[in-house]
Design a protein around this ligand. Structure first.
Ligand code: 6PG
Length: 222
């Protein structure tokens, strides 16, 4: 079952999501000495990541991964790892970051990243974004990648540029111990209404989600 946490203002939702994810990290590290977390791309997570960076956590025990990456050259301003470096990793110490080598091209990068994620059983947390078409990570509606059961998959014909990407698969996202999605604004209200009606969108295929949203994003949901 999805769990929804709705706040009047987006900033409140971003702060609450950061608090919740900090709690997941602390809880994981009471059980074991390392925590594996996959992070989103896009614009929505930026302020939440900065709130998370302000937390006092044993960052040296957290290993960071990406939910997906765009096939651009290293350092390209539209790469997800460039955004994550700016809003999170540059603000915390002792980072263990495992970037997707998307500069190698979708197939080679997915193959390489499968070896990286095979080093552990499952993610403790995947923090995901949501597109207006119901995509998450780089898992887009009606794309053949949705049926690919490998852990990390190449993405072709993405409707959101660039057309070539790399993504954790539905199976990998589903196997995570926790999934968090942060959404904001009226532009996501239509897809949220579809999600609440259990429509068969990629985001509805990855398992139970802790949703953090502002009121605008849930304004059309019954
Ligand atoms: C990407 C992301 C993608 C993103 C959603 C939402 O590469 O763009 O992985 O899944 O999270 O498209 O993007 P916004 O947060 O910018 O709305």
């Amino acid at each position: 079952m999805h769990k929804w946490f709705v706040y009047k203002e987006f900033d409140q939702a971003a702060k609450a999501a950061a608090d919740f994810m900090a709690g997941i990290i602390e809880g994981s590290l009471q059980e074991k000495d390392i925590c594996h977390i996959a992070l989103p791309g896009g614009n929505t997570p930026k302020s939440c990541l900065t709130y998370l960076a302000d937390k006092k956590l044993p960052w040296d025990k957290v290993h960071w991964y990406l939910g997906d990456e765009r096939c651009f050259p290293k350092g390209h301003p539209e790469r997800n790892d460039v955004m994550l470096e700016k809003y999170l990793w540059s603000k915390i110490s002792d980072t263990h970051v495992y970037r997707i080598p998307a500069e190698k091209g979708a197939e080679a990068a997915a193959t390489a990243y499968r070896d990286v994620v095979s080093e552990f059983d499952c993610f403790d947390l995947v923090f995901l974004g949501l597109g207006e078409d119901g995509h998450t990570a780089s898992l887009f509606p009606d794309n053949a990648a949705l049926a690919d059961t490998r852990s990390v998959i190449p993405i072709y014909h993405s409707p959101k540029p660039p057309s070539e990407r790399v993504s954790l698969s539905v199976a990998t996202l589903k196997s995570a111990l926790n999934r968090v999605v942060l959404v904001n604004g009226n532009e996501k209200a239509a897809v949220i209404a579809q999600i609440k009606k259990n429509e068969p969108l990629p985001i509805n295929c990855v398992g139970d989600i802790f949703w953090y949203a502002d009121e605008a994003a849930v304004s059309l949901a019954i």
